[in-house]
Write a protein that binds this ligand. Structure first.
Ligand code: SER
Length: 319
């Protein structure tokens, strides 16, 4: 059977922005059959390997998939993101936390050997140093999403220390990709802007000019995720979550970069409730711990990302 080591990998939340690309990346690395995709919704893209429908809060359902496919590693990506979570804080807390407990418990019981759980720059808040935010610093988030990610990081560390669970995590910056749509975050504008630039030549940003946020191109994020999971356990010294940086920009800077490819492109600003979330987050991230521990370094800067996004989106059905 096409498995990775002695079992398959399960991705929960495989139809989301990260899941879509992570499943593809894992299948490229380990084989189509070694990776089981799962989501609460039917997949929008054709699956090259196994897919199972499951609710991330359904422990029995998850156990059945683990048993059927001999799963030993789980990437738990199901979550409400920052902007969506503010609309239903109670449900966001429930989904983001209880799904994590299910997976950490399965690992504690020895059913799973390794767990991946994403954290975010949203763990930081207004009292965090904004520039070059260190790995270890003040983290007083003001969003329910950030509160849930910070609490989850604490539980990951606890399960590792107390029960020896091999859980690994990255604090993603805003992620930009052309293969999948973002799902309710504050950094989503940086994906929408490409689609609107190509469709209508203009974009109204929900964040104002000057709002600098840390971002990353999806191929770098996928590579970082798989590299972290493949690193020898003793190299993974941060068991809360790793800071990870790509590049930082504000809406004006990405618009200027897009204008180099689409000369008539214009941007206007109409900030909404997401501005306050963005204002509470760092502008840039110090990811030297990820470099020191497992050799992380990004390949894409702003110009290379914009170039690659436009090349792929031009003439694609995703525009
Ligand atoms: N991109 C995410 C969001 O905006 C941050 O984790 O919610």
């Amino acid at each position: 059977m096409g498995t990775k080591n002695d079992g398959r990998v399960l991705v929960i939340g495989s139809s989301g922005q990260i899941g879509t690309e992570l499943v593809e990346g894992l299948r490229e690395r380990f084989g189509d059959d070694a990776v089981v995709a799962s989501d609460i919704k039917e997949p929008q893209v054709e699956q090259a390997g196994p897919f199972a429908m499951v609710d991330a809060l359904d422990r029995r359902g998850i156990e059945r998939i683990i048993e059927k496919y001999e799963v030993k590693e789980v990437y738990l990506l199901a979550a409400l993101l920052s902007a969506t979570a503010e609309k239903d804080p109670a449900y966001a807390w429930k989904l983001n936390m209880e799904s994590l407990f299910i997976i950490l418990e399965l690992a504690r019981e020895g059913v799973l050997k390794k767990v991946y759980w994403p954290s975010s720059i949203a763990v930081f808040g207004p009292s965090t140093p904004k520039d070059g935010t260190p790995q270890h610093t003040v983290a007083e988030p003001t969003t329910v999403y950030g509160i849930s990610k910070l609490a989850g990081e604490g539980w990951c560390q606890y399960y590792h220390q107390r029960y020896g669970v091999d859980v690994r995590s990255i604090r993603y910056p805003g992620l930009i990709g052309w293969k999948s749509a973002p799902g309710g975050g504050t950094t989503d504008y940086a994906v929408h802007i490409f689609h609107e630039a190509l469709k209508s030549g203009r974009y109204t940003s929900f964040l104002k000019a000057g709002t600098v946020l840390p971002m990353m191109y999806m191929p770098d994020a996928i590579r970082a995720t798989i590299d972290l999971m493949e690193a020898p356990s003793e190299r993974v010294r941060e068991r809360r979550s790793y800071n990870l940086a790509g590049f930082s920009f504000d809406p004006e800077q990405i618009a200027a970069e897009i204008q180099r490819h689409i000369p008539g492109f214009t941007i206007t600003y109409s900030p909404d409730h997401r501005q306050a979330i963005a204002d509470s987050w760092p502008s840039s991230i110090d990811d030297s711990a990820a470099l020191a521990d497992w050799g992380w370094s990004p390949q894409f800067d702003l110009a290379a990302m914009v170039d690659d996004m436009i090349t792929h989106l031009k003439g694609s059905a995703n525009v």
